[in-house]
Design a binder for this molecule. Structure first.
Ligand code: B12
Length: 352
């Protein structure tokens, strides 16, 4: 697709999106009698936010040239909204309205390009006959008994008990790597699944994640046993992305392999990442995105690194890269790793 078409869509996002979103919602209300009252009950603001999120995903996937990622997003959105009382018909008509309004506003050339994105969701994510499995469905299996116990402690017991459970397990049967990959990660995925199904409130998810982050901090003093190698890593989530547990675990794995690591946390602006790389003489930048809509910011970061001739390798990871195995290459990264173990070997190869 042409850059001109992409720029035109982005322009919509920046200048006309509020207007566009309101138009879409009003037209959806006209098409579905009763929906207005229902949404007013569930907060109109939320409905506008949802449409904004749909458009953001559509435009990002279009810009990246990834109809399948858009389909994945719509499958997820359908399962999320259906558990919150929005019917299949209402979801389907909302997307049809988005299509109709965009098609009435955009030049024919762009419509031709974008048609594919609506066809794929009509045939898959919005096809009533198909129960589309997303990658998230396969993520959640609590196989380890400690993971089951830990989730129970988080949900039904106290922070103290949850913490003791993990700290007591360390050194008995579990290494820190085991705790991260067999307990903490699957429990975080399960918490996400429960939230998606509307079985866990946002507050409870925040509480579980905050407790887990506190425990990870308690594990930190135990990860420095290895001899240092002369390599430096910066690990961070990209700007606007608030998910930081995954990239924190990646940073800790590198630390355990003897790297000097700087973990910047979530939501780090591109400019700050660039400044840190320059200042610290970094060998490898590990950067994470959890939401598809933040992948373009990683692309911009990589472009800046190239434009400024900065001598650093870029390793990317996170949910969108797990969904599409070619994405990392297409945005110009040096490598991708799906998990921290492979990140170590790939990272070592990149810098040696
Ligand atoms: C905790 C959480 C949050 C917290 C994060 C707090 C924090 N301090 O980190 C908060 C509340 C902020 C949050 C917000 C949102 N979240 Co959230 N969140 C989660 C949750 C439950 C757990 C994330 C986590 O800790 N995972 C555990 C880690 C260990 O796993 P990981 O991230 O996959 O990382 C591993 C690998 O992917 C890989 N990896 C990751 N990054 C990198 C980078 C490199 C370089 C490498 C090599 C490897 C690598 O290695 C990691 C370690 O093994 C997930 C559920 C899930 N399935 O992940 C939802 C989830 C990611 N969130 C989701 C959503 C929708 C949101 C919100 C949009 C919700 C909203 N409407 O507000 C916002 C977006 C905010 C934003 N701007 O980013 C959805 C995303 C769905 C989708 N289709 O994209 C999920 C999947 C929940 C769900 N099941 O629906 N969230």
């Amino acid at each position: 697709m042409g850059t001109e078409a992409i720029n035109m869509l982005k322009q919509y996002l920046v200048t006309g999106v509020e207007n566009l979103v309101t138009k879409i919602l009003d037209k959806t209300f006209n098409r579905l009698p009763g929906l207005k009252e229902k949404y007013e009950k569930y907060e109109k603001e939320k409905a506008l936010e949802d449409i904004n999120f749909h458009l953001d995903h559509l435009f990002t996937c279009y810009s990246l040239g990834k109809p399948k990622l858009f389909n994945e997003y719509v499958s997820w959105t359908r399962s999320l909204l259906e558990t919150r009382g929005i019917t299949y018909k209402e979801i389907k008509i909302t997307f049809e309205t988005i299509k109709d309004i965009l098609f009435s506003k955009l030049p024919e050339r762009v419509c031709l390009d974008i048609r594919e994105y609506f066809e794929i969701i009509e045939d898959n994510a919005l096809n009533k006959k198909i129960k589309v499995e997303t990658l998230l469905d396969s993520q959640t299996k609590l196989e380890d008994p400690l993971a089951v116990e830990y989730l129970d402690a988080l949900l039904n017991k106290s922070r103290k008990e949850a913490t003791e459970l993990i700290l007591n397990a360390l050194n008995i049967e579990y290494t820190i790597k085991d705790l991260y990959l067999r307990v903490i990660q699957p429990v975080q995925y399960e918490i996400g699944r429960l939230w998606q199904l509307n079985e866990l409130s946002v507050a409870k998810e925040h509480y579980c994640t905050a407790t887990t982050q506190m425990i990870i901090s308690n594990l930190y003093p135990f990860i420095f046993s290895t001899a240092k190698i002369d390599k430096t890593l910066i690990a961070t989530s990209i700007s606007k992305d608030l998910h930081e547990v995954g990239i924190r675990i990646v940073a800790d794995f590198f630390e355990m392999e003897g790297w000097n690591t700087y973990f910047l946390g979530a939501n780090t602006p591109i400019k700050s990442i660039i400044n840190e790389i320059k200042e610290k003489n970094v060998d490898l930048l590990a950067v994470s995105a959890t939401l598809i809509i933040y992948v373009e910011a990683i692309q911009d970061l990589i472009q800046t690194i190239k434009d400024e001739n900065i001598d650093v390798k870029v390793l990317v990871g996170g949910y969108p890269f797990n969904l599409d195995p070619n994405l990392w290459q297409e945005i110009g990264a040096d490598a991708f790793a799906p998990d921290p173990e492979s990140a170590i070997s790939i990272g070592n190869n990149l810098v040696n």
